[in-house]
Design a protein around this ligand. Structure first.
Ligand SMILES: Nc1ncnc2c1ncn2[C@@H]1O[C@H](COP(=O)(O)OP(=O)(O)O)[C@@H](O)[C@H]1O
Ligand SMILES: [Mg+2]
Length: 345
C-alpha cells in the first residue's frame, strides 16, 4: 500500500510526533509498503517521494530535551495560524491511507480526522468524535464519572478563576487539552500553585485543578478491542513529566507489571470501559494511578498514544507477542479495511 505518515504539526508535542512518525514510517517500509513521512504543518511537495523497502533510505528523528519553540516555527515557516501546510492534502489524496502519527492539537482533538472525513481520505485510529472526547480532560472525566469509572476529583476553571480561588493542596494543575505532560505541574504549596497556573496558561485558557492521587502509576493499551498487559511507570524523580517521558533512562517501565493477577485484570477491564465510553477506535492507551488503598483512578485516555518502539503501547504489545512492525501494520490494515467497507455501503 501507499501510505502517508502524518507527523509534526503546530503542537508542543511536534518533536515527539516526528520521532514516532519516522519509526512508524520505517516499520511500514519494512513491511513492504511505500511510505512518505509528511509534516502536516510545514507541508511537502504535492507529489512527495515515497520510500520503499528496496531503497536504502530510512527516516530518523531524535526528540530534543526541551519542548519546541512554536512561535519561532510559526515565523520561520511563514505559516502563522494555518495548520495544514501546502501540498499535504494532495499528498494524502495520492496515498491509499494516512497513518496519523500526530500528538496533541489537530491530530488528537479530532480536527484532522474531520478534515480527512470530509475529503474521503482513509486514516488510522479513532474517529473525530472519540479523539475530541479523549483530548478534552474535562469532557472525558465527566463521561467517566457518568459511567462510575473512578477519576480524581477536579475543577475546570479559567486562568483568572484559578489564580483567585482557594485550592486543597497538594494538587495537580493541567491545561484542559494538552498531552505529553506539557503544561502540567504537581504542586504542594500556594507559591508553587501560582507558578503552575501561569505555566499551564502558556498553553491554554482552560485549566484543570485535580486532586493529587498518591500511589503507583500504570497505563493500559487497547488494541483491536482488547486490553494489552498493564505497564507500570516508575520515574526516578518527581512525576511522569515531559523530560521523564522522552529522555532515555529517567523512568523505569515494567511490563508486564508486578501486580496481583486480580489487580491487572481490573485495570484492563476499566481501561476497556474507558476506551468504549469515550468512543475510541482501533487502539488507544489509558492512564491510571492505583492509590495506596488499591483503588484505581483513571487520569485520561490517549487517542493517539506515543508510538516509538520504547513508548508504552508498543512495549505492552511486545509483552503480548506483537512486534513493533506488526503493530504498525495492524493499525494501518484496520484503516484500510474500514475504508473498503465504507466504499461498499
Ligand atoms: N491526579 C493526579 N495525581 C497524581 N499524579 C498525576 C495526576 N494527574 C497527573 N499526574 C501525573 O502527571 C502525568 C501526566 O498527566 P496526564 O493527566 O496523564 O496528562 P497527559 O495528557 O499530559 O499525559 C501523569 O502521567 C502522572 O504522572
Ligand atoms: Mg497521560
Amino acid at each position: 500500500m501507499k501510505i502517508v505518515v502524518l507527523a509534526g504539526g503546530l503542537s508542543p508535542e511536534r518533536d515527539v510526533s516526528l520521532s514516532s512518525g519516522a519509526l512508524i514510517a520505517n516499520a511500514l517500509i519494512q513491511k513492504g509498503h511505500q511510505v512518505a513521512l509528511v509534516d502536516v504543518y510545514c507541508g511537502c511537495p504535492k507529489a512527495p517521494s515515497f520510500i520503499e523497502a528496496s531503497s536504502a533510505q530510512r527516516y530518523a528523528y531524535e526528540v530534543p530535551e526541551k519542548e519546541p519553540n512554536l512561535m519561532e516555527l510559526q515565523k520561520e515557516s511563514g505559516m502563522g495560524q494555518r495548520l495544514i501546510g501546502d501540498g499535504v492534502l494532495e499528498a494524502c489524496h495520492a496515498a491509499d491511507l494516512v497513518f496519523l502519527a500526530l500528538h496533541g492539537d489537530i491530530g488528537e482533538n479530532g480536527k484532522i480526522q474531520a478534515v480527512l472525513d470530509t475529503m474521503g481520505i482513509a486514516y488510522t485510529g479513532s474517529s473525530y468524535i472519540g479523539s475530541l472526547l479523549a483530548m478534552d480532560k474535562d469532557l472525558s472525566k465527566q463521561i467517566m464519572q457518568r459511567h462510575q469509572i473512578a477519576t480524581p476529583a477536579w475543577q475546570v476553571v479559567s486562568v483568572q478563576e484559578a489564580l483567585q480561588m482557594e485550592v486543597i493542596l497538594p494538587c495537580v494543575v493541567k491545561p484542559c487539552s494538552c498531552g505529553s505532560s506539557v503544561g502540567i505541574s504537581v504542586v504542594a504549596t500556594r507559591e508553587e500553585y501560582q507558578q503552575a497556573v501561569s505555566y499551564a496558561a502558556q498553553y491554554e485558557d482552560t485549566i484543570i485543578i485535580e486532586e493529587k492521587i498518591e500511589g503507583r502509576e500504570f497505563s493500559v493499551g487497547i488494541l483491536e478491542g482488547e486490553a494489552l498487559p498493564a505497564i507500570e511507570i516508575i520515574p526516578r524523580t518527581g512525576f511522569y513529566d515531559y523530560k521523564n517521558k522522552y529522555q532515555p533512562g529517567l523512568t523505569e517501565e515494567v511490563c508486564p507489571a508486578d501486580i496481583p493477577e486480580a489487580v491487572e485484570q481490573y485495570l484492563r477491564q476499566e481501561a476497556l470501559r474507558v476506551h468504549q465510553v469515550l468512543r475510541l477506535g482501533f487502539y488507544s492507551r489509558v492512564d491510571f494511578i492505583l492509590n495506596t488503598q488499591g483503588a484505581a483512578y483513571c487520569l485520561e485516555a490517549n487517542a493517539l498514544p506515543g508510538m516509538t518502539p520504547t513508548s508504552l503501547l508498543p512495549r505492552e504489545a511486545a509483552a503480548a507477542g506483537i512486534s513493533y512492525e506488526t503493530l504498525c501494520e495492524k493499525i494501518a490494515l484496520d484503516a484500510w479495511r474500514r475504508a473498503q467497507s465504507a466504499k461498499r455501503k
